[in-house]
Write a protein that binds this ligand. Structure first.
Ligand code: CTP
Ligand code: MG
Length: 255
């Protein structure tokens, strides 16, 4: 029995919801449809992400944050795909930055939600075991939980140049073994995340990491093991990788 099945799904004391920011344009992927609506294996990336959250028995509500003018289209898309029935689906329009989009999603949560996952639509292939381990850590008392992986590359801090390729001075080289690349879904005690979004103002492009906002409140954040299939689809090569992961899954399902 999984740890999650000990708490009845939808029980009022610990209802778990997932907010999926999907309002981005996908500029780094190149021109075309908003990133979350692009197809992977013939299915929109967003539908993969919704299924990945609903695959957890603990998740009884998914809030999708759609492109600002695309909420009706996203609602139709969700209605047109087969999704688990133990989960409710809500679509709200998003904002100009990820931080604003997440805030708009949080504002749509009903009162009985006490645990919130925030999951990028751009991470369509996260396995359910990763989702469940994040939820389990929040239910175990951690106010903020982040799935993350050790880095393959060494990282250098530089004095950024103009982006045109001129040499950039290196300032420092953090010890790689102490670094983690963070993924989503990030999991939170709902009150803690709501307070972070109330208190941390949108600055420039806004925060790209919800846990970082909680850190700024001074609340503890912990990391649990992430998964290589939870990578973010950002650039064109990531689409190739995502298609390959889906092909591998189809091949394995066939045996
Ligand atoms: N996102 C959002 N609202 C925004 C910007 C981003 O909901 N105003 C979402 C994206 O849809 C994505 C997630 O935040 O699911 C992570 O953002 P990112 O990977 O940067 O996606 P985009 O912003 O769409 O891509 P790019 O930065 O290349 O334009
Ligand atoms: Mg972005």
């Amino acid at each position: 029995m999984s740890p999650m099945s000990q708490t009845p799904a939808g029980s009022s004391h610990s209802r778990t919801a997932a907010v999926i920011p999907a309002a981005g344009r996908g500029v780094r992927l190149g021109p075309g449809t908003p990133k979350a609506l692009r197809a992977l294996g013939g299915v929109p990336m967003l539908i993969h992400a919704v299924r990945a959250m609903a695959a957890s028995r603990a998740v009884t509500l998914v809030v999708v944050v759609a492109p600002p003018d695309g909420a009706p289209e996203v609602k139709n898309l969700i209605d047109g795909h087969v999704l688990p029935e133990h989960t409710d689906y809500v679509v709200v329009p998003g904002g100009a930055t990820r931080q604003e989009s997440v805030k708009l999603g949080l504002d749509a949560l009903p009162d009985d939600v006490s645990v919130v996952l925030v999951h990028d639509a751009a991470r369509p292939l996260v396995p359910v075991d990763t989702v469940d381990s994040v939820i389990e850590a929040v239910r175990g008392g951690a106010p903020a939980v982040v799935p993350a992986l050790p880095l393959a590359d060494t990282v250098k801090e530089v004095e950024p140049g103009d982006g045109a390729g001129a040499p950039e001075p290196v300032l420092s080289t953090p010890v790689r073994a102490r670094l983690r690349a963070v993924q989503t879904p990030q999991g939170f005690d709902r009150g803690t995340l709501a307070e972070a979004h109330e208190r941390v103002a949108v600055d420039g492009e806004g925060a790209t990491d919800d846990a970082g906002m909680v850190e700024r409140l001074g609340a503890p954040v912990v990391v649990v093991p992430g998964h290589e299939e939870a990578f973010k689809v950002t650039r064109p090569l990531d689409m190739v990788l995502a298609e390959a992961v889906l092909a591998r899954r189809r091949a394995n399902d066939g045996f």
